[in-house]
Design a protein around this ligand. Structure first.
Ligand code: ATR
Length: 288
């Protein structure tokens, strides 16, 4: 469609940003809904992040997404943080309010839980403890979202135990930290297993865990989506367990930003999934 002089503007700030699938994702919705707007990649070096964010209202942007390596640093340039961004210590979505102030949000946990509910509609938070592998930024969003949803216990497993302990203390609630070597003991009685580590991603080591002790009713989810069917999900398939891949987390986390910037509640459907997947397969850089 043709952009008018009144087109609404948004984009994604990262460094590098060329690999990001977000312009393709938002571009699909803009065209699907016939919106007079644009969503562009904005490569910003770390030393320029504060200045770049403060320029956005002056340039007339409605808002932006923020990705690696800026999610924590962006907090310092923000005028107002929502409770979730504050709790997670990271921002992935910024809205510019009527006064030109930057409002920071974090929609990763929303994207995670919406993807889980869409992919495994029978899963209930009360089904049992959730096992979460990894204690990085993505894990923080996942753990907080699961506790908010009402999961009775999180069994948090990470290679670096101290990092998991810090996460548990920061987020609070019924989080039990378990050493990596005892991972399979943690699977007894679990309702959900989610991998938030980079293991299994193209170009990374495989995730080597034995799923046999998971109950037959457990759901297995990987937030890695490149490849879409990770070795973890394949092992779960062989055991007949319900699986949910990671692409939907990327798609769903984008919804609140799009709605705020462009004034239309977007839908995640098969057309969007296929369009974004085609971008994933077509790109040269196969990292996340
Ligand atoms: P993100 O922000 O996407 O979560 P991150 O903060 O770099 O990324 O976290 C990566 C996660 O993958 C961490 O839990 C990391 O474990 P450590 O905290 O011990 O570093 C995990 N990870 C990466 N490579 C790993 C490996 N070879 N074995 C086990 N865990 C690994």
């Amino acid at each position: 469609m043709t952009l008018s002089g009144k087109a609404k503007l948004a984009g994604i700030i990262g460094w590098p940003v060329a690999h990001s699938l977000s312009p393709r994702l938002h571009g699909y919705w803009l065209s699907e809904y016939g919106i007079d707007g644009a969503y562009v990649p904005l490569p910003v070096a770390p030393e320029n992040i504060g200045e770049a964010l403060k320029s956005l209202p002056k340039l007339g942007f409605a808002g932006v997404n923020v990705t690696v390596p800026h999610k924590e640093a962006a907090m310092r340039a923000i005028d107002e943080l929502d409770d979730n961004a504050m709790r997670l210590g990271a921002v992935n979505t910024i809205e510019i309010n009527e006064g030109g102030g930057l409002v920071g949000r974090n929609t990763d946990g929303f994207g995670f839980i919406e993807n889980l509910r869409a992919g495994a509609p029978l899963w209930q938070p009360g089904d049992g403890p959730a096992v979460v592998l990894g204690a990085g930024g993505a894990s923080r969003a996942v753990v907080a979202a699961l506790l908010d949803a009402g999961v009775p216990e999180i069994r948090l497993i990470n290679r670096t135990l101290a990092r998991a302990e810090v996460l548990a203390a920061d987020i609070g609630g019924p989080i039990h930290v378990i050493p990596w070597s005892q991972a399979s003991d943690a699977f007894d009685g679990a309702g959900l297993l989610t991998n938030t580590t980079t293991l299994g991603m193209t170009g990374h080591a495989p995730l080597d865990v034995e799923l046999a002790r998971l109950p037959g009713t457990a759901v297995v989810n990987d937030i890695v989506y490149n490849p879409l069917r990770t070795p973890l999900l394949e092992q779960a398939d062989v055991l007949g367990l319900k699986t949910v891949d990671g692409l939907g987390m990327l798609l769903h986390q984008a919804r609140p930003g799009f709605a705020a910037w462009f004034g239309h509640q977007p839908e995640v459907n098969e057309g969007l999934r296929a369009h974004v997947l085609a971008g994933l397969h077509g790109r040269e850089d196969k990292s996340s």
